[in-house]
Design a protein around this ligand. Structure first.
Ligand SMILES: CC(C)(COP(=O)(O)OP(=O)(O)OC[C@H]1O[C@@H](n2cnc3c(N)ncnc32)[C@H](O)[C@@H]1OP(=O)(O)O)[C@@H](O)C(=O)NCCC(=O)NCCS
Length: 219
């Protein structure tokens, strides 16, 4: 299926949908590329770590559950949306150290709390910047490095109007990453009966931050 979202770069260079790419992003220390079923062992190893999965309501995932998630990412997100979670590869060692990327969401906010769903077709009402790194790579700035590149991709290539993060209020590391990429706390709420902090950033705000980050040009 052709992707709804097309990248700006692809449009300039001829019409190739975002889903034609294998390597999606590169940062100084990381390559983000499309996941494939050969990543199942590596991903399952990370997903069975209770520290890594501490703030996910469903907790650790079994090998079979990881397979199901991987199939969903490939069949639904890549094929229909053209984006999703991407394998996060440490360039220096070639190691698979996590999965980071963009997740489509539908979030209905009601009086008694909010309910989330995974939309099956684009356009997604909300798109989340999602990051998860293996424990032995924490606290080296890699989560922030991946997340910043994903934010830039979401705005510059996919032209999304805004990006969000959905975070367990106790997950300080995740909140710090969200703040590092320019997001601010929009609201605290009950999402699917779990306390959740909704962080967000608009494309306009991201552009301002990008301009302030860019080195001043000589005139
Ligand atoms: C969230 C996560 C990706 C951060 O990765 P990371 O590579 O350690 O992040 P960084 O090194 O860029 O650190 C970002 C900030 O968080 C802080 N931080 C990292 N781990 C922390 C922890 N356990 N407790 C408190 N702060 C922490 C860092 O000190 C840094 O703060 P600073 O910007 O003020 O210096 C990682 O902890 C992780 O994979 N956690 C499990 C999965 C998860 O919860 N994902 C988020 C779901 S919403």
């Amino acid at each position: 299926m052709q992707s709804f979202y097309r990248t700006g770069r692809s449009q300039r260079g001829g019409i190739i949908a975002a889903d034609g790419q294998t390597n999606v992003l590169e940062t100084p220390r990381l390559t983000l590329r499309r996941l494939n079923m050969n990543d199942l062992d590596d991903l399952a190893l990370i997903y069975r770590d209770p520290d890594v999965r501490r703030y996910f309501p469903e907790g650790t995932l079994s090998y079979e559950e990881t397979r199901e998630e991987l199939e969903w990412i490939i069949d639904v997100y890549y094929d229909r949306f053209g984006f999703g979670l991407w394998a996060t590869i440490h360039k220096e060692t070639g190691a698979f150290i996590g999965r980071c990327g963009l997740l489509p969401w539908t979030i209905d906010i009601g009086e008694d709390g909010a309910i989330s769903e995974h939309p099956l077709e684009p356009p997604a009402p909300e798109v989340e910047v999602a990051y998860l790194v293996a424990k032995d790579h924490w606290r080296r700035g890699l989560g922030t490095e991946a997340a910043q590149a994903i934010v830039d991709y979401g705005f510059e290539e996919l032209h999304l109007p805004r990006l969000i993060c959905l975070i367990d209020p106790a997950n300080r590391a995740s909140a710090r990453v969200a703040e590092n990429i320019g997001m601010t706390l929009e609201r605290d709420m009950e999402l699917d009966a779990e306390p959740t902090s909704l962080y967000s950033i608009s494309s306009e705000r991201a552009l301002e931050l990008r301009r302030s980050r860019a080195p001043a040009r000589d005139t």
